[in-house]
Design a protein around this ligand. Structure first.
Ligand code: MTE
Length: 331
């Protein structure tokens, strides 16, 4: 068994041990950009529509083939707040394979997505390896506008395009042995930048996540292949990622290469690093503080091109209790 020594926060430069660190890095980035503190309740304009070289480069990362004739699922056509500005969502990412902080969206462009394959294996009757192009045609695609809540206490609203996970389950037919599923992200040690903290070189790559089978079969559980009407940008986890909107964002593994059905609870990246701070279930819960900060409220990011955030109460299950509360014995 690999023992991972978790450094104490005081051993790390600027508390860079958890996803929260990226948040603070981004705070610094945003501060640099706008020359003002995010600590104020309204954040000044970020220049999302400016014609700077940076914004042109960012726009290029978002100009991807459009996904035509996709219908929005009427059950998920609106939420209680506006969709986050695309340029903003496209540069405010967590993707530790490609570093920490402001340059992730640029570094992630090195992800080689051509000829992508996804292996579905383990306790299933019909194991399959899909070419991503076949996968895109295999299942009917739909748009769903979901709230997105990061464990770092910021949130967005994102218009995903993809298909429900339960369609893939029906295709591969998990056997009675399958109780959990593990999602495994692409990893190339040659390409990997990694976060600025390394845990002495013992980070549990590749990035992995997992769900129970009941969670995977839930109506909300979704595989995204697109965002904002086009194919998924690399910084958001092209060409295939998990979207489970009632859970914290770290549960949504990006750039999936393997999906494995297993008998017992699989290891996951953050849970291996610190099970006390990142539990396997990780349902959004305003009444369960993170050990180092409250989860009672969140900063909702992205109203139009004028970047501003507003404080909102965190919703139990991120507002999706009617779909998932029964999975956890709650009504
Ligand atoms: N998937 C991989 N492979 N690597 C990561 O570092 N970060 C997670 C999740 N999926 C991560 C990942 C975290 S902490 C968050 S909050 C979301 O991706 C961020 O998704 P976004 O950048 O599309 O907003």
């Amino acid at each position: 068994m690999t023992i991972i020594r978790i450094p104490k926060s005081w051993e790390l430069p600027e508390r860079e041990v958890t996803p929260e660190a990226a948040y603070f890095n981004r705070r610094r980035f945003l501060k640099t950009l706008v020359g003002a503190s995010i600590g104020a309740s309204i954040m000044p304009i970020m220049g999302c529509q400016s014609s700077s070289d940076t914004d042109k480069a960012l726009t290029a990362t978002l100009e991807l083939p459009k996904l035509e004739s996709i219908k929005t699922n009427p059950a998920f056509a609106t939420v209680d707040r506006p969709v986050t500005n695309e340029l903003l969502a496209g540069r405010y990412n967590n993707f530790y394979e490609f570093g920490t902080g402001k340059s992730i969206w640029q570094a992630a462009q090195a992800l080689p997505t051509d000829g992508w394959k996804v292996e579905v294996t383990g306790a299933v009757k019909n194991p399959r390896t899909y070419d991503i192009d076949d996968l895109l045609k295999k299942f009917p695609l739909e748009e769903r506008i979901y709230r997105f809540r990061c464990v770092e206490a910021w949130s967005m609203v994102l218009p995903w395009i993809g298909f429900p996970m339960k369609l893939l389950m029906a295709e591969v037919e998990p056997t009675s042995k399958a109780k959990f599923v593990q999602f495994i992200s692409y990893d190339d040690p040659q390409l990997r930048i990694g976060p600025s903290w390394t845990l002495g070189g013992k980070l549990p790559w590749p990035y992995t996540e997992g769900l129970t089978l009941e969670e995977m079969a839930n109506e909300l559980a979704f595989f995204a292949v697109g965002l904002y009407g086009h194919l998924l940008p690399k910084q958001h986890g092209a060409p295939l990622r998990e979207v489970v909107p009632w859970k914290y964002g770290f549960k949504g593994a990006k750039s999936i290469v393997k999906i494995e059905f297993v008998e017992s609870q699989p290891a996951t990246f953050w849970n291996t690093i610190d099970p006390h701070e990142y539990d396997f279930e990780a349902n959004v819960n305003p009444n369960k503080p993170h050990p180092r900060w409250s989860q009672a409220t969140e900063k909702f990011i992205g109203k139009g091109a004028d970047f501003s955030w507003e404080k909102r109460d965190t919703l139990p299950y991120n507002g999706y209790g009617e779909y998932v509360a029964q999975l956890y014995g709650n009504k």
